[in-house]
Design a binder for this molecule. Structure first.
Ligand SMILES: [Mg+2]
Length: 443
């Protein structure tokens, strides 16, 4: 069997809408050159958190290109301009196969380096270069990362309710759908809003009005009622849905350091899968205090923008799950390095995977999660509708508590550019969160 037929049979390529197999590189990989870097901003959901910033890296080999995701909600056009104006010129004519060397070059290029705009742009480039490398090799990216360590990825889904009963009903629905791990969020008495809680009708109308006026919606948040309510939610759920289902919760940085300690201790009897974003990421020392007083597993990392952010939490073993976002931290290259740093400490991966990063990142998440030895869980958005599926050729598939991807070359995902152009950028300012007296507070 020749190489082309071998690869086609090995990875099941060749039929239907599958990506074409790139099995015959007519140019030597050493002679490949980047000929263009194109940026595409699209919002197929036409929603507040739906602007995707996509990067296409093209080469001098006909049909050989890679897709990456540089989406950074809240700075979308900043990232797009940074890519076009500052990174693209430095990439033209360079060999896309020299991935690490290009990564390092683009990291040092602006001098005032790092931060969410620079690192999201670099993340998108990194994914596109891995996509190209996989296509040149004729292999899925996970094969280049060491191959599969598992066949499927444990995943979870979120339930938000305005009271304990609403959350309980949502948990029961997801359990019936096969979920083994469920994130639970609830409103507190006296508060109209809450993180990942469905908005009231008044909030919904107020947010729509703010978007119409081109201003940021605002929400009032007080951490006290929330701190008093959350342990009671877990008490209710353990009594009603039992001990077997794994439950986790995201504080989303909305409490003070001392309140985070109180909460981590208070929820300890309910055996959380993990307790996420307990304080602002800048409050590193608080993690040590929480650790000393509670055995509740801790997860952190989604707004870190590089492998050095959060390094202290890893090397001091102050967390149990690392949650960097591969669209913001430097892509697949950084993700695999972070996973390797975590492995000797027994810290597991739980890459950030919300619906406001594109399916390209979700595929990148899956390739890294399938290959690293210290995988924990993979967040995944299952709620995308038809327009997203029209723009993107693939995304992970959910079944019985896990997600899987199909074995295709590269990242295994293509973008329908004509469809993407039908859904333009939409300006939607993120909400401002304030204490009752007007003090700005973390979202
Ligand atoms: Mg979080």
């Amino acid at each position: 069997m020749n190489r082309r037929r071998f690869l086609a049979s090995a990875i099941g390529v060749g039929g239907g809408t599958r990506l074409p197999l790139y099995s015959a590189v007519s140019r030597s990989p050493a002679n490949l050159k980047i000929t263009d870097v194109q940026v595409l901003v699209t919002n197929p959901m036409q929603s507040a958190a739906g602007n995707f910033v996509l990067v296409k890296v093209l080469t001098n080999q006909d049909g050989l290109y890679g897709w990456g995701d540089a989406t950074c909600t809240g700075s979308e056009l900043g990232v797009a301009k940074f890519l076009e104006e500052h990174l693209r010129p430095a990439m033209l004519g360079r060999n896309p196969m020299r991935l690490e060397e290009l990564w390092q070059t683009l990291f040092f290029l602006p001098y005032y380096r790092s931060g969410s705009v620079h690192m999201s742009a670099l993340s998108g480039i990194d994914m596109a270069l891995w996509d190209i490398k996989g296509k040149v090799a004729g292999l899925p990216v996970y094969e280049l990362l060491g191959g599969k360590t598992r066949d499927r990825l444990l995943t979870y889904r979120s339930v938000g309710g305005r009271n304990y009963q609403e959350v309980e009903e949502g948990v029961r629905r997801l359990m019936a759908d096969g979920y083994k791990v469920i994130k639970v969020q609830v409103s507190a008495p006296g508060l109209e809003s809450g993180y990942a809680v469905p908005p009231s009708a008044r909030q919904h109308a107020s947010t729509a009005k703010a978007f119409e006026a081109g201003v940021a919606p605002s929400e009032v948040w007080e951490p006290g009622p929330y701190v008093r309510t959350l342990p009671k939610l877990f008490e209710h759920l353990r009594k009603t849905v039992g001990e077997e289902i794994e439950l986790l919760h995201d504080v989303h940085e909305r409490v003070t350091p001392s309140q985070a300690i109180v909460l981590a201790k208070a929820v300890e009897p309910y055996r959380l899968f993990y307790f996420e974003d307990p304080v602002r990421p800048e409050h590193l020392d608080t993690f040590r205090t929480i650790r000393q007083q509670s055995s509740t597993p801790l997860a952190m990392g989604e707004i870190y923008t590089g492998q050095w952010d959060g390094l202290y939490l890893i090397t001091e073993h102050l967390i149990d799950y690392v949650r960097h976002d591969l669209a913001h931290c430097g892509g697949i290259t950084t993700g695999r390095k972070i996973a390797a740093m975590c492995e000797p400490y027994g810290i597991l991966t739980a890459w950030h995977g919300p619906g406001n990063i594109s399916p390209v990142t979700h595929m990148a998440n899956a390739h890294v999660s399938l290959s690293v030895p210290n995988f924990g869980i993979q967040e995944f958005s299952v709620g995308w509708g038809e327009p997203v599926r029209e723009v993107f050729s693939a995304m992970p598939a959910y079944s019985n508590g896990s997600i899987t991807i199909q074995d295709r070359v590269g990242l295994g995902i293509d973008v329908n550019e004509a469809s993407a152009k039908k859904y333009p950028y939409l300006r939607r300012l993120r909400p401002t969160i304030r204490r009752d007296d007007g003090t700005p507070w973390p979202y």
